[in-house]
Design a protein around this ligand. Sequence first.
Ligand SMILES: Cc1cc2nc3c(=O)[nH]c(=O)nc-3n(C[C@H](O)[C@H](O)[C@H](O)COP(=O)(O)OP(=O)(O)OC[C@H]3O[C@@H](n4cnc5c(N)ncnc54)[C@H](O)[C@@H]3O)c2cc1C
Ligand SMILES: NC(=O)c1ccc[n+]([C@@H]2O[C@H](COP(=O)([O-])OP(=O)(O)OC[C@H]3O[C@@H](n4cnc5c(N)ncnc54)[C@H](OP(=O)(O)O)[C@@H]3O)[C@@H](O)[C@H]2O)c1
Length: 551
Amino acid sequence: MVLSKEHSLAVAATAAAALAGIAWLRSKQRARSAATPKHKQRVCIIGSGPSGLATMRAFQTLADQGEPVPELVCYEKQSNWGGLWNYSWRTGIDENGNTVHSSMYKYLWSNAPKECLEFADYSFEEHFGRSIASYPPRPVLFDYIQGRAEKSGIRKYIQFNTNVESTEYDDATGKFTVKTCETVLRDPDNPRSAMVKKHKTEEFDYVVCASGHYAYPNYPNFQGLESFQGRVLHAHDMRDACEFKGLDVLLVGTSYSAEDIASQVWKYGAKSVAISHRTSPIGHTTWPDDITEVPLLTKVVSSLESSTADDGFRRHQKVSQQGGTAYFADGSSKHVDAIILCTGYLHHFPFLSDELRLNPHDGEGQPINKIWLKGLYRGIFWMKNPKLIHIGPHTGFFTMNLFDAQAWLCRDFIMGTFKLPDAVGMSKYDAMMCDRAMELEEDDGHGHYDHRCIHFQGNYMKELIDLTDYPSFDVEETKRRFFEWEEHKQEGIMTFRDNAYKSVVTGNMAALLLDRNGKRIMWKDAMADTCESFGLWDMYNGNVRKTTQSQ
Ligand SMILES: Cc1cc2nc3c(=O)[nH]c(=O)nc-3n(C[C@H](O)[C@H](O)[C@H](O)COP(=O)(O)OP(=O)(O)OC[C@H]3O[C@@H](n4cnc5c(N)ncnc54)[C@H](O)[C@@H]3O)c2cc1C
Ligand SMILES: NC(=O)c1ccc[n+]([C@@H]2O[C@H](COP(=O)([O-])OP(=O)(O)OC[C@H]3O[C@@H](n4cnc5c(N)ncnc54)[C@H](OP(=O)(O)O)[C@@H]3O)[C@@H](O)[C@H]2O)c1
């Protein structure tokens, strides 16, 4: 074959360019292989609630773009994902012999607009195919959380029914040793066969702790509880408000659990509800007449103790379930049949060794509001060993989208594209954030406490989003959704869930809740809590999606 001069020159130029390209590619590969350790990095994720799922999703977005990602192993002690949103009727010990994680109850509806927690990369509209109302009940939110996880294909990383029992770090090897216990049936086809425990020990380069912090109750004691002749439980064990129908119920605590459980037991027919405060009352002026606020509980005296046992055993039987008298700090008293301790939860990580364990309950300089936890750089990296990363450890207002932003930063650190400052730099940042979080407690004359917290947490989330490629969205607008929500709660504690808000992700307005005939349903009259009953009757049977529906 004879080539023209021009053609020969073009071929030579192309070959030179190709060689240059190969050389460039080789040098890039060399740089990457120099940065990549010889073994494949292994990341252990503890828990597959929204925080753990966000972490897997963050890595999967890179994997989907063809980037090599570390090996992910997520241990989940329950038999399904979703964390607290995965409701369990059980209390106490679960089917695997571990403590029950679930703290949610039947008929729980979101206590803030869904527009405040919407994933920036997976809108409610994408999931349901249309606009839905702003305050979904638990099963609807669970379905949404699962929708993104399923779409990402991350179930393959999770080992279910596997409890993390201990985590230790070895300075010499630079690795974590994680011990787990998986519970399996001896015969998987026979649900009545014996449970078998399989213990395993594995090594990891990083540990992501996403185990949640609303599963271990804070249990204060009150004089007389041990002999009280009625039901005493913590909000963690609350499952069904109908249990309190016709009863005089006393709640201790004034935060979100107390507020929500008071509203719920009222909605499902409690005779009266008294809410006892340690610091100050919740103070809603719109509480229904049969919900009152009372000072701190000092003691309870059972009906049995205050009666005379003059007619022996039969009389004892009669009074045995009649509650007792509750006494309060101002000397007042009231008859109560049941007591629910809405006294919050403990950050508890029994599976982390002493040197690795975050304990915000006794740290000096620790903001008491736990909106910031001392010792976590950028809110997630355990400063004593930043290869241990916490996702979702704070209390506060922002949830799912904040977990996402944290998960994206965690991923970038593990991938080597986000670098940490030295120990001094991390401490400086942490001290600044602790100071700011503590200042939130002081009235600075610029709005009330909740608003200051929403600004603090929203700004923190913005900082994380700016550091990562998590899809940007209007955080200032999301803060405004929270402020609207607070106003609506002031206007009516039993009506705030009837409002609708605009999505910051799609820009579309939420729908109003309607029944099959197009009639408006108000929260206080909506007794069912299934996906079907939440205006999605054409798409769901109960909580099960109809397979034939088209979106
Ligand atoms: C009653 C209640 C109502 C709430 N309502 C709302 C609401 O309306 N809106 C909102 O945005 N947020 C709400 N929240 C906040 C809630 O905490 C978050 O929405 C979210 O569930 C936190 O996700 P997470 O993954 O960090 O933790 P979790 O949801 O608690 O998930 C942690 C996971 O870790 C697993 N795990 C724990 N220990 C181990 C172990 N040793 N080994 C293996 N696995 C382990 C658990 O089984 C669980 O699956 C509510 C919280 C409570 C308690
Ligand atoms: N979706 C929903 O509707 C819903 C429902 C319930 C809960 N939640 C969520 O669940 C999480 C936890 O909320 P929470 O209310 O359980 O816990 P919390 O916010 O930590 O509040 C704990 C409450 O217990 C009180 N308390 C603690 N120890 C006490 C003691 N020894 N004596 C008297 N009172 C005591 C505290 O009073 P002080 O103020 O005096 O400290 C505070 O009012 C929040 O994220 C909330 O949003 C959501």
